[in-house]
Design a protein around this ligand. Structure first.
Ligand code: PLP
Length: 281
């Protein structure tokens, strides 16, 4: 197995990270996760556009343009002969004597690795339990930053309550999962939190909204409350690794059960169709 280190492919044990890399000291960096199906990455361009947007929001200088990022990432997939799994690419601001103040012209460090894995088809079919909790994260959740303590704490809490994912809310407004976006369906209308500073604008989320449009399903990007979540007919999460995964139960600050409905199944199947380029049975 090779890893990406700057623009080179090296053995994992040969990649050396400086003790004072700002990613290591401050979480000063960004990342992307792209899923690979049958050796082909899905929505690679969209992921790298978001990567570049995250870099720009943090005033990080990119060592390569989007095309080169895609080339290096595809090269890693090939080098590791990855058929099904994920490729992770991150960029830190690089190393300098530890100091909160960053310089704008630092040489950023790009690294990446692959992992073999299959989409969780069993969960796609059966749905998951989720845990509703406070959103304790910062106010720039639109940046795909390495700082994920709010997310990891929420995920741990969910797992401790036998739930697969945490669903977060700010003062009663439901935002997103700890590593996914959230959609609700009421009277056939799809609703999800607007893409502002309070959520990460998921690539899967954007693809789902496009599919909904194609299917004639009305989509509202609008904030919704815990009460609306409670009253929803269908609930599902979306992400690169989870695709469309139905929610069948909410625990924690809400106690609710849901059927897996037609809108969820339609979007789930259409997404798989888009991913695989043919009908998914
Ligand atoms: N929201 C958060 C906080 C995430 O970490 C993720 C992905 O990991 C998502 C949403 C979903 O984004 P995407 O569909 O691009 O994977």
């Amino acid at each position: 197995e090779f890893v990406l280190y700057h623009d080179q492919y090296v053995k994992k044990q040969d990649a050396v990270i400086d003790m004072e890399d700002r990613g290591y000291n401050f979480g000063d960096g960004i990342y992307e996760v792209v899923f690979v199906y049958g050796g082909k990455p899905f929505a690679m361009k969209e992921h790298f556009e978001r990567f570049i947007s995250s870099a720009s929001k943090l005033e990080m200088q990119l060592p390569f343009d989007a095309a080169r990022f895609v080339e290096l990432t595809e090269g890693l997939i090939q080098k590791n002969d990855l058929k099904d799994g994920m490729v992770y690419v991150q960029m830190t601001r690089g190393a300098s004597p530890r100091n909160h103040l960053y310089e704008r012209d630092m040489k950023c460090l790009v690294t990446g690795f692959t992992r073999h894995m299959k989409p969780p088809e069993d969960l796609h079919k059966a749905g998951i339990r989720v845990y509703l909790t406070d959103d304790i994260r910062w106010l720039r959740c639109d940046i795909k930053s390495l700082n994920l303590l709010g997310n990891t704490m929420a995920k741990r809490l969910a797992a401790d309550h036998n739930c697969h994912e945490a669903i977060q809310h700010r003062d009663g407004t439901v935002t997103e999962g700890s590593s996914s976006n959230l959609f609700i369906v009421k009277d056939g209308i799809l609703k999800t939190h607007p893409a502002n500073n309070l959520i990460l604008n998921g690539i899967t989320r954007q693809v789902i909204m496009k599919i909904a449009d194609e299917q004639g399903i009305t989509v509202e990007e609008a904030p919704f409350t815990i009460d609306e979540l409670s009253d929803a007919h269908e609930v599902f999460i979306s992400s690169t690794t989870m695709e469309v995964t139905p929610v069948i139960q909410i625990a924690g600050q809400l106690d609710a059960h849901y059927e897996i409905g037609d809108v969820t199944r339609t979007l789930q199947n259409r997404l798989k169709k888009k991913i695989h380029g043919s009908a998914h049975i």
